[in-house]
Design a protein around this ligand. Structure first.
Ligand SMILES: Nc1nc2c(ncn2[C@@H]2O[C@H](COP(=O)(O)OP(=O)(O)OP(=O)(O)O)[C@@H](O)[C@H]2O)c(=O)[nH]1
Ligand SMILES: [Mg+2]
Ligand SMILES: [Zn+2]
Length: 311
């Protein structure tokens, strides 16, 4: 049997995967029917996966290999597929595997700060026990005092926040500090500046970015597949395609309430033990949202999410 090597998948494209070996060499790999995965029911190979492969002789630009084994993913950024449009057997698509933290990138404007989406990510991170960093980019387009006011709720929730401007190069040192030594997956709406920020952080124009603003470009999706890049300070960042809507995996109507952590202290006061905190009389969560003890915007996010989940 030929030698086996280990590496991490740094890019996916078509039928092949780019694997970075422990010594930094890149190998173009493919899977075969005998490829064994320790992740049943999920995507076979995703960016961030640790794999064992066999090198094959090659005559092309890059060495080639065949993936024998995909190791168990300790964590994953997953997207639930739309069952109506899903022709493959997989229910969930893994966007990035083995991540230490989820970096949710939003923009202060163009596109405007999307609190519903931030709240979705927060619920997801909570359910997956994934640390989450909130990055607000394009602060050059906003009034900082107004922005701080909007972000106060997230500060109170204990969320780490980095306010940055890729255009003005502000806040980047603090962001680098938060990424140092970790594997971080960047995710967020299209056009918020994920790829622009990553290029600045790795110090190379490695990733394609939109040439025009989100408004004039009508929300074009520039990044089409995930890419993992090594950081000069140690650690990795993963750029991912912008999302239209984030379908939460693993979250149901019944458990959603536990991922809005500021609700927990009020829930025991609800009149009904089975309270869904939506319409019930004597709901302490609803009352707290009315009096401002819970941010009404967060409560609104809860209701919106509740409606999109299956009962
Ligand atoms: N004003 C301003 N514009 C920015 C800033 N950062 C990025 N942009 C612009 O925003 C647009 C989108 O940037 P991208 O980096 O391509 O956005 P993305 O999040 O990677 O988008 P997708 O790949 O589609 O998900 C580009 O035109 C950037 O020049 C910023 O700090 N301020
Ligand atoms: Mg991009
Ligand atoms: Zn209630």
């Amino acid at each position: 049997m030929k030698e086996q090597l280990k590496g991490v998948v740094v890019r996916t494209g078509g039928a092949s995967y780019i694997v970075e070996c422990d010594d930094g060499r890149l190998v173009r790999c493919r899977t075969v029917s005998g490829t064994v995965s320790e992740n049943e029911g999920a995507s076979l190979v995703a960016v961030g996966d640790r794999v064992t492969f066999r090198p094959k002789s090659s005559g092309t630009d890059m060495p080639e290999g065949v993936i024998d084994h995909v190791e168990h993913r300790t964590s994953a950024l997953v997207r639930r597929r739309d069952v109506r449009r899903n022709r493959s057997k997989e229910q969930e698509q893994v966007i990035a595997g083995n991540i230490d933290q989820l970096v949710v990138v939003s923009s202060a404007d163009d596109p405007p700060l999307n609190r519903r989406l931030i709240d979705r990510y927060l619920a997801f991170a909570e359910s997956e026990h994934l640390p989450m960093l909130l990055v607000v980019n394009k602060t050059d387009l906003a009034d900082q005092a107004k922005l701080d006011e909007e972000l106060e709720t997230y500060r109170q929730l204990g969320c780490t926040i980095c306010c940055v401007s890729a255009a003005r190069r502000t806040g980047l040192d603090e962001l680098r500090e938060q990424l140092r030594g970790k594997v971080s997956a960047f995710s967020g709406h299209s056009g918020v500046g994920k790829s622009t920020l990553i290029n600045l952080i790795v110090g190379r124009r490695e990733l394609k970015t939109a040439r025009i603003s989100w408004k004039t470009g009508k929300g074009v999706h520039t990044t089409s597949s995930a890419t993992m890049l090594r950081l000069p300070e140690g650690g990795y960042v993963i750029d991912t395609p912008g999302i239209r809507e984030f379908n939460l995996s693993g979250i149901t109507r019944e458990n959603l309430r536990f991922y809005f952590t500021e609700f927990l202290g009020f829930m025991p006061e609800c009149s009904f033990s089975s309270c869904t905190h939506t319409v019930e009389p004597g709901c302490a969560v609803l009352h707290a949202a009315e009096t401002g003890a819970i941010d009404p915007e967060r409560y609104e996010s809860y209701l919106t999410l509740y409606d999109t989940l299956e009962g």
